[in-house]
Design a protein. Structure first.
Length: 276
């Protein structure tokens, strides 16, 4: 399995990160994409640092990284942040720019600032020919963030033909379809196991299996039966199991196909270390 979205640099792992990665390996996780947003632009390099710290270990999953400014911290983005992002996206271990996008639920940064920073990061990612990982959260009872995110992707990102990932998908089928038309993968997290998440599962039914990724978004959104606990990459197995149930396939096939999807999308390969 691959956990395509985990915040391995979270301070919530500072006391047991080695053990957590060993548990992931024991659960069958062979690759993790460590999301490089830190707690703001000053720390977006931490995911890459972890990928390098744990490189060439045969007893834990292979770790890749991303880099980006989350919409929550968009108001902190300045020239230094963009310079840093440029440097990070130039590193071979950094597969994508993200997570970036719009969050109209918390509005920690003004919406117009979020849009401007989103646009600038798309420009930087395009210059490095790296795909993007999208965070999108609408305000209550509204799809406004989805509508605006997809409109920006269609006008500003589509010409790059680089695609990306809709991370922790919570939108409607029309949003998934529009994104797939732009070459995006749709990633499902632990919240698809929640009792009230039937609308998300209904979308999963319609998304072709070759466009599906799985993730934990650890340390957030721990799946049932661990809901409410600190999430970790080992529990992506619960997401794979729910995808299998919804798709009426075996859990092993869900794990294999989503792993295949990840490697195909990013052009990565199964190495001797992460195939063991």
């Amino acid at each position: 399995m691959i956990d395509s979205h985990a915040h391995l640099d979270s301070p919530r792992y500072s006391q047991d990160r080695d053990a957590l990665l060993a548990r992931a390996w024991d659960a069958g996780v062979r690759t993790i994409l460590s999301i490089g947003i830190g707690d703001g632009p000053d720390t977006m390099h931490q995911a890459l640092n972890l990928a390098r710290e744990y490189a060439n270990r045969a007893d834990i999953p292979a770790i890749y990284a991303s880099a980006g400014v989350h919409p929550h911290e968009a108001q902190l983005a300045d020239d230094d942040a963009y310079t840093k992002l440029n440097e990070l996206l130039d590193q071979r271990e950094v597969l994508a720019c993200g997570e970036i996008g719009l969050d109209f639920y918390y509005d920690h940064s003004p919406r117009e600032v979020q849009k401007a920073v989103f646009t600038r990061q798309m420009e930087i990612a395009a210059a490095h020919r790296k795909p993007i990982i999208i965070h999108c959260r609408p305000s209550d009872n509204s799809t406004n963030a989805w509508d605006e995110t997809l409109a920006m992707l269609e006008s500003e990102w589509s010409p790059t033909a680089l695609g990306g990932i809709l991370h922790c998908f919570t939108g409607e089928w029309t949003h998934a379809r529009r994104a797939m038309d732009l070459g995006f993968m749709i990633s499902f997290a632990g919240n698809i196991t929640f009792p009230k998440a039937q609308p998300i599962r209904d979308v999963l039914v319609q998304v072709p299996l070759d466009r599906v990724l799985i993730e934990t978004d650890a340390p957030f959104l721990a799946p049932v039966p661990n809901r409410g606990k600190r999430n970790e990459p080992a529990w992506v197995a619960e997401v794979a199991a729910k995808v299998a149930e919804v798709k009426s396939i075996a859990p092993d096939e869900a794990a294999f196909r989503t792993t295949e999807n990840f490697h195909r999308f990013f052009g990565t390969t199964v190495t001797a270390e992460n195939a063991r």
